[in-house]
Structure formats: structure tokens, C-alpha cells
Write a protein that binds this ligand. Structure first.
Ligand code: CP3
Length: 351
């Protein structure tokens, strides 16, 4: 008999899952938000002539695109290739993802009737997700797959504004002025997000990340009163599966503790907050982050010096997963990310 660990024990013992659970690690695990995507020539090649949403619904493409950064960089986790608006598309919301723009919704949601017209999500809406996750788990072996969903506030912003927004003014106007519509919309999206995460975990995803990218637009009081309970419901429901839950947003320094309290095992920290301060704010939870994504454009030594500081700060947390403070910028040179990945692995080994 061989002593080689089975793939499931290798998976459970992976540096990424150990760090997410706050256990000792052989090295700090690293992956990058948006590690798949336009920064990779192999991504641009397979996407040629195929729309973003169509590629998310083709399991062969999802498997290939998700695997690309894992093969290239040897990162410690794969992030499922999809988008936060995909489950809405799957239940029938008329939307598209426009190149260089982002999600665009044909009929923005403004009334209670608009909310009630959105169906709840069942696994039958997303058979292609189940197929893609199962295919990936087979290919990834001991490397964990992170499933994800958009959090209610961030997804609501696209639905209410009809597209990307800087100030989220209409969304917040609904939150302040039409609490019944707001509550119904947040409940609707939370239900869809939880069901969508359940599908991914049932098919074999080892962890999940809830992206509340735009939650930093809210005051602490408004986040706590109008948003946190809905995100908490998503995190609570997926928590029953036992997989680690990462909770991330941009510009969320003022609400990091609340994002942890919402039910996260790991709190994603953006680059504006020094990691040591982030660790204090989320007291007792693991953290993920947080190199400024523009540092890949700095001289390599400057980038690596900053990475070294972050690795040092991360030691104070029960668990630290290295990442950028937000997604990989499309013009990033993949060779810089390769150097960064190797550096993180080499400079975080425990003797
Ligand atoms: O590699 C990965 O990280 C997985 C893939 C992923 C995508 N979107 C693919 C994508 C993930 C995790 C997302 C989540 C997502 N989508 C978020 C939360 C994460 C974040 O960045 O804060 C948000 C806010 C969206 C909405 C969205 N979709 C935006 C803002 C954009 C970019 C618009 C643009 O073209 O600049 C998209 C489109 C999108 N999602 C692309 C990719 C690879 C680009 C589409 C393309 O390649 O043509």
C-alpha cells in the first residue's frame, strides 16, 4: 500500500483550508481575486468570440478558465469562474455583461412588483454550475475550489441602478425611502445567493467567498441596520455545510468587525487598511489580503518588500491567506504574479 494521502485528505490538509480554519500551515497560502481573466493571454484566447455570460454557462470553458491560473502560478486555491450576476441570469432576469462596462440590467428593479417577479433559485436553474464544479473538483485533486456569490447589497446595486454605479444613489434611496421594497429585495437576493452557494458546495466546492464589493459605500449604522442581517442569513445558511466562509468588500475599513460578526470565518481586507489593523478589528478571525493591486506595476523589489511586510503582519492572525486587496487589474503582467506567488511560498515557510 502506498503512503500517499488520498486526494480528500490532501484537500482537507491543504494550506488554504488549514489557514481558513485558523490552523498551522506549512506556508502562507496565496490566490488572487480575478486570477482568471483578461490579464492571461490563454484566457483571451479561449474567450475569443464568446460572450462572458455564455462562457460562464459552458462547463468545458469554466473548467479550462478556472484551471488556467492554477496551472500557471501554482496558487493554493482555484476560484470558480463565473460572475455575481450569473444566478440572476439563470432565474430569468434580463441582463448582460458588457465588455469593459460590467453587468447591465434591462429593466431595473424599483417596485415591490419588480422584486416579486424575480423567481427564487433552485438547482434546476443551474445544472451547468453543478457540472462545472464536479469537473473542476476532479481536475484539481488536492487544490481547493472556492465557490462564490455576490452579497445582497452589491447585487442589489446592479439590479436597482441597472448597471455599474459610483455612488449607488438609487440603491441607497430605496434603502432609506422604501424599506418594504428594500427588505423584500434583500431577502430575495439573499435567498438566491444562499441557494447558489449550496449548489456549488454540494457539487464539491471546499470554501465560499461572499463578495460585498460595494459595502464600503455604507455608513456603519446603515450597514448594520439594512445590510448585515441579510448577508448574515446567507453566511449562516452556508455555514451549516461546514465549509469556511470568506467575506470581502472594498473600502470596508469602518465595518470590518461587522463583516466578521456577520458570520465569516475569514475576513477579506482591502489594501487601504494595514493588515495588522485589520487583524485587530476582526479579532480572533482569519484574514485574507491585502497587497495593493497596483503594486504589480512597481519595480519587482518594491512589490516584494510590501509582500514581505504583509506576510509578517499576517503572522498575528489565527490564519492568513495572502491575496491582493481587490481583483487583478487586467493589464497586470502575469510574470509579476508568478514572482509574487513564488515569493509568498518561499518567504512564509515554517522551519
Ligand atoms: O478569477 C476570478 O476571480 C473569478 C471570476 C470572477 C468574475 N467576476 C469574472 C469576470 C469573479 C469572482 C467575479 C465577481 C464579480 N463580478 C464582482 C465581485 C468581485 C469584485 O471585483 O469586487 C463584481 C463586482 C462583479 C461585477 C462585474 N462583472 C464587473 C465589475 C465586471 C468587470 C467589467 C469590465 O469589463 O471591466 C464584470 C465582468 C467580468 N467578470 C469579467 C470577468 C473575467 C470581465 C469580462 C471579460 O473578460 O470580458
Amino acid at each position: 500500500m502506498s503512503d500517499a494521502p488520498t486526494s480528500s485528505s490532501a484537500l482537507s490538509d491543504s494550506a488554504f483550508l488549514r489557514a481558513a480554519r485558523g490552523e498551522a500551515v506549512p506556508h502562507t497560502p496565496v490566490w488572487y481575486m480575478r486570477q482568471a481573466g483578461r490579464s492571461l493571454p490563454e484566457y483571451l484566447a479561449v474567450r475569443e468570440g464568446i460572450g462572458m455570460l455564455e462562457s460562464c454557462m459552458r462547463p468545458d470553458l469554466v473548467v479550462e478558465i478556472t484551471m488556467q491560473p492554477v496551472r500557471r502560478y501554482g496558487v493554493d486555491a482555484a476560484i470558480f469562474f463565473s460572475d455575481i450576476v450569473l444566478p440572476l441570469k439563470a432565474v430569468g432576469v434580463d441582463l448582460d455583461i458588457k465588455p469593459g462596462v460590467g453587468p447591465v440590467v434591462a429593466d431595473p428593479v424599483r417596485t415591490l412588483a419588480d422584486v416579486e417577479a424575480i423567481p427564487d433559485l433552485t438547482p434546476e436553474h443551474v445544472p451547468f454550475i453543478t457540472e462545472a464544479v464536479q469537473g473542476l473538483v476532479g481536475e484539481l485533486g488536492g487544490t481547493p475550489l472556492i465557490g462564490f456569490a455576490g452579497a445582497p447589497f452589491t447585487v442589489a446595486s446592479y439590479l436597482v441602478e441597472g448597471g455599474p454605479s459610483k455612488d449607488h444613489a438609487r440603491t441607497k434611496a430605496m434603502m432609506f425611502g422604501a424599506p418594504d421594497v428594500w427588505d423584500a429585495l434583500m431577502r430575495k437576493i439573499a435567498g438566491i445567493a444562499a441557494a447558489y452557494l449550496d449548489v456549488q458546495v454540494a457539487a464539491g466546492a471546499s470554501a465560499v467567498q461572499l463578495f460585498d464589493s460595494w459595502a464600503g459605500a455604507l455608513t456603519r449604522a446603515d450597514y448594520r441596520a439594512h445590510v448585515m442581517p441579510h448577508s448574515a442569513r446567507v453566511l449562516e445558511q452556508i455555514g451549516t455545510t461546514g465549509v469556511p466562509r470568506i467575506h470581502f468588500g472594498v473600502g470596508t475599513g469602518e465595518i470590518l468587525d461587522l463583516m466578521g460578526e456577520a458570520g465569516a470565518d475569514v475576513v477579506g481586507v482591502d489594501w487601504r487598511v494595514p493588515l495588522a489593523a485589520g487583524i485587530e478589528r476582526v479579532g480572533g478571525r482569519a484574514v485574507q489580503g491585502n497587497l495593493d493591486p497596483t503594486l504589480v506595476f512597481a519595480p519587482t523589489e518594491v512589490m516584494l518588500d510590501r509582500a514581505r511586510e504583509i506576510l509578517g503582519a499576517g503572522r498575528a492572525a489565527p490564519g492568513h491567506i495572502f491575496n491582493l486587496g481587490h481583483g487583478v487589474i487586467p493589464s497586470t503582467d502575469p510574470d509579476q504574479l508568478a514572482r509574487l506567488t513564488d515569493f509568498v511560498h518561499e518567504h512564509s515557510q515554517t522551519p
